[in-house]
Design a protein around this ligand. Structure first.
Ligand code: ATP
Length: 615
């Protein structure tokens, strides 16, 4: 007799069988958001070798339950345990979670994707050849070997098919050989055959590797249905049934819902889970009161399910009726040491840094150093160079020079900042998935990302400035190199700002500003502008030693001293003073360096906060 169907907690069952090494339990889990109940006292359990399906209509709470088991959501009450020990960060390392959405870098090939995962997530002690072999074996067993060199792709770039991506996600998790594999709707969007093959593969993995596999599924076919060991029927966040799959139909027949012959049991079950409110309440109440109120009929093995015959008619899927005896959960026999062996990181900081740098370079190279971007930068520089061609050394052309500097600084700082914001938001899904899975440290990611992109981010401004500076004839050679350094530093600090914004709050708009008409009480605000510092420093470098220039009629507006004395000459300092640049150059460079460091540190802090472990 099955315990679960009779309403006993499997853990409490009195019959004797084997003691499994791992038993995962979610007990009385209640989740609510803004006082709206999403899960209401849900309890499930699973042991080694079991394939457990969560079924229920859309919005019934399947993903929420998987998230809670994976530790991505903290329940209001109830708990998740592994062999009686509450799940914590360390125990969760035994768990792999395949999300509903497949998140990858579109430009990497499947091989590169799996290679990266194996290099950062498999132990350092494992030889590289063994890791490569592991990838090939898994690719073979999930039938994606032929597309290892195919680009993953996305909605804009063709690449792997939906089914291949799904299998790639599963391989990424299986690479680390987790004891428990959670999958959120692994068959969604797949055709019948691909979905069936996938569930068959999961069945094999559970059997051969003795894993706990739990997944949510919307509309399984009859063949798929008969591969499950355990079934959870969820509706409106409540349990309508949980227990051995083979007990589901007899139980429901007992409470008044009979599945007709030749009917797909999954369709039948989903049909009743979607019935009217009173029916649903009756079902969930019946299950929660199953111990006393509604005694089940005696059942024998021949009366397992009126629909079972459907599945065994197909020779292609020989489905054994699996031993559904409930196993005793000997919590006390749990080998805590086996969990203790699971160290926080599989690989060292340097390996993580090296591999993330390798991947960042591959991904960013195409984005930042695209020939089109290079051509665009040079063209823009040529246009500006022509507009400001060989600026004459006259007093009214000072404004032209400062205008060119402003355009240069504004263009490269905003471009770097926006690029960092958008680039981070596009890879946020992958990074979140990997950091939550403890694939690598936030610091390793941040450092690798920052340093690897340095040469890429700086190349275009160098080309641009070299063309525009010499075409406009701004100044001499030494001034070129010093002002270029300031420009590059400002580009990097703007990139840091963009990255920080991307990591902290994805939607915030931002702006630097430069104006000479700020109200006196607000004049300090210019020091907060990341454009003000580099522009001031570059103006100092390029204008301070400017030859004194005589006033002319055009300059009267700018320099009132020209009005009182026509013979007066305007020096570089007058120009700088007029532009509000009054501090020594080191102040502006220091301000710029502070922005650079501040944005980098805040970016790292924002990432760490975002990926902080839930307690
Ligand atoms: N953060 C949230 N705020 C408000 N409601 C939420 C939140 N998260 C989930 N919900 C609600 O909880 C319910 C269960 O959501 P969940 O994603 O777990 O359902 P599901 O069974 O996985 O659905 P589907 O099969 O469509 O993926 C839904 O009605 C959803 O709108």
């Amino acid at each position: 007799m099955s315990c679960a169907v009779n309403g006993h907690d499997p853990a409490m069952c009195g019959t004797t069988t084997v003691s499994p090494k791992l038993v995962l339990e979610a007990v009385n889990v209640t989740v609510a958001v803004n006082d709206i109940s999403i899960l209401n006292g849900v309890s499930v359990s699973a042991a080694n070798g079991e394939l457990v399906a969560f079924m229920g209509p859309s919005g019934s709470g399947k993903t929420t339950l998987l998230d809670t088991i994976a530790g991505k959501r903290t329940p209001q009450s109830g708990f998740v345990k592994l062999n009686g020990t509450p799940m914590d960060g360390k125990l969760r390392r035994k768990l792999g979670f395949v999300l509903q959405e497949d998140t990858f870098f579109a430009d990497l090939t499947l091989w590169e994707t799996l290679y990266f995962t194996s290099m950062v997530r498999l132990p350092e002690s494992m030889p590289k050849a063994e890791k490569v072999q592991h990838i090939e074996d898994l690719a073979e067993s999930l039938s994606v070997k032929k597309c290892l060199n195919t680009r993953v792709g996305d909605m804009f770039k063709p690449g792997l098919s939906g089914g291949e991506k799904k299998r790639a996600s599963i391989i990424c998790e299986l690479l680390t050989d987790p004891d428990i594999l959670l999958l959120d709707e692994p068959t969604s969007g797949l055709d019948y055959c691909t979905a069936l093959t996938l569930v068959q593969r999961l069945r094999n993995i559970a059997d051969e590797k003795n894993k706990i596999i739990i997944f949510s599924i919307h509309q399984p076919s009859s063949q798929m249905y008969h591969m499950f060991d355990k079934l959870l029927l969820l509706t409106q966040g409540k349990v309508a049934f949980f227990g051995d799959r083979s007990d589901a139909l007899p139980y429901l027949e007992n409470v008044g819902f009979k599945c007709e012959m030749h009917y797909n049991p999954a369709d039948f079950l989903l049909g009743i889970l979607k019935s009217d409110e009173s029916m649903i309440n009756m079902l969930t109440d019946a299950f929660s009161n199953r111990d006393g109120a509604t005694p089940l009929k005696d059942r024998d093995m021949n009366d397992k399910s009126v629909c079972l015959s459907l599945a065994v008619t197909n020779d292609a899927f020989i489905l054994e009726e699996r031993d559904t005896k409930v196993q005793i959960l000997e919590h006390n026999s749990f080998d805590q040491n086996s969990v203790g062996e699971t160290t926080k990181w599989s690989t060292s900081f340097s390996t993580q840094f090296r591999m993330i740098s390798w991947r960042t370079f591959k991904v960013s190279r195409g984005r930042i150093l695209h020939p089109y971007e290079l051509l665009q930068s040079i063209l823009l520089a040529v246009i500006l160079g022509l507009v400001f061609f060989q600026i004459p050394q006259t007093i009214d052309s000072v404004r032209d020079r400062m205008g060119l500097l402003f355009i240069t600084v504004a263009h490269w700082t905003f471009l770097a900042a926006f690029d960092a914001v958008t680039a981070f938001s596009s890879e946020r899904g992958v990074i979140t998935k990997e950091i939550k899975a403890k694939a690598y440290r936030v610091s390793a990611y941040y450092l690798a990302r920052t340093l690897t992109e340095l040469p890429l981010v700086l190349t275009l401004p160098v080309f641009f400035y070299a063309v525009a500076y010499w075409m406009a004839g701004i100044h001499g050679v030494s001034q070129f190199f010093i002002s270029l350094l300031v420009l590059l530093l400002s580009t990097l600090s703007a990139q840091g700002l963009g990255f920080m914004i991307g990591a902290a709050c994805m939607e915030v708009k931002f702006a630097g500003f430069i104006t000479q008409t700020l109200p006196a009480w607000f004049s300090w605000a210019k020091y907060l502008s990341f454009i003000f510092h580099p522009l001031s420093a570059m103006s100092l470098i390029l204008l301070q030693d400017m030859q004194p220039l005589p006033c002319n009629t055009l300059s009267i507006d700018l320099f009132p001293q020209c009005l009182t004395n026509a013979t007066v000459v305007i020096t570089g300092n007058d120009v700088l003073l007029r532009a509000g640049i009054t501090l020594p150059i080191y102040c502006y460079i220091t301000g710029l360096l502070m922005f650079f460091l501040l944005f980098r540190i805040l970016g790292c802090v924002a990432l760490s906060v975002r990926f902080k472990d839930p307690k």
